[in-house]
Design a protein around this ligand. Structure first.
Ligand code: ADP
Length: 224
């Protein structure tokens, strides 16, 4: 999925969260979106997800203007998996059931659901936890469950909003390693918003730095 921001601004009332941002993301990229809290990282992710619309400017997905056609939004959203700092799992459903629900929502073929659950649970190393409930898991396990859920739908893009925010260093690395493996083996685009400086320094990948709603650096220099 090709994503292009053309002079995209987003205002919340008098707050200018994003100011005339330009950048393009190609298929299969691993992109870090960095900046202090309040910089505008989540706003970018929400715009890509179609949860909010730009106040000015255009977002193009595969060359088509994003956000006008409800049917197109529904279709594109099915190709985007999301993970959050606070996991956002459903507490009264088991790990398996949480993943099954995500597959159900995208109308994944019923006869393939169990196989797909088995695959992703294996991939994130949670085979021994599959029948447990979120309250019975550690933070690292919760985030890997959230990743399995995002991955299950075979997304073209995974958006990760501060996914290591509640994790210790070992679990943060385990998660990042998984994201890198997924990116490499399936070509899934990963967009990772973080202010975790340790991660930033050791991940040798394209990085867009954002401050007060403006891009101050893009290591790919694709901004025009
Ligand atoms: P980050 O993800 O980098 O922490 P955000 O994109 O969440 O930053 O926020 C950017 C700015 O927009 C901040 O000043 C924030 O307070 C403001 N903002 C975000 N969402 C809303 C909202 N729904 N209503 C008003 N202001 C908001």
């Amino acid at each position: 999925m090709k994503i292009k921001f053309k002079k995209v601004s987003k205002n919340y009332g008098i707050v200018s969260a994003l100011k005339k941002t330009n950048f393009s993301i190609n298929d299969g990229e691993f992109l870090l979106l960095i900046g202090p809290s309040g910089a505008g990282k989540s706003t970018i992710l929400k715009l890509i997800l179609g949860q909010i619309k730009p106040s000015y400017g255009q977002i193009l997905i595969n060359g088509t203007i994003w956000g006008n056609n409800k049917k197109a939004i529904d279709q594109t959203r099915r190709k985007i998996g999301v993970i959050f700092q606070d996991y956002q799992l459903i507490p009264d459903k088991s790990i398996e059931e949480n993943i099954a629900l995500a597959l159900d929502i995208v109308s994944y073929p019923k006869n393939r659901i169990q196989t797909r659950i088995d695959q992703v649970i294996e991939q994130v190393d949670l085979s021994t936890r599959r029948f447990l409930f979120p309250s019975q898991l550690s933070g690292g396990e919760l985030q890997r469950t959230a990743l399995a859920r995002a991955l299950a739908i075979e997304p073209e893009v995974i958006l990760a909003d501060e996914p290591t925010g509640n994790l210790d260093i070992d679990n943060s690395w385990k998660l990042i390693k998984l994201l890198k493996e997924i990116n490499k083996s399936t070509g899934t685009t990963i967009i990772l918003a973080t202010h975790d400086l340790d991660l930033i320094e050791s991940l040798n990948t394209r990085t867009i730095s954002i401050k007060n709603g403006a891009i101050v650096k893009d290591t790919a220099k694709t901004t025009k």
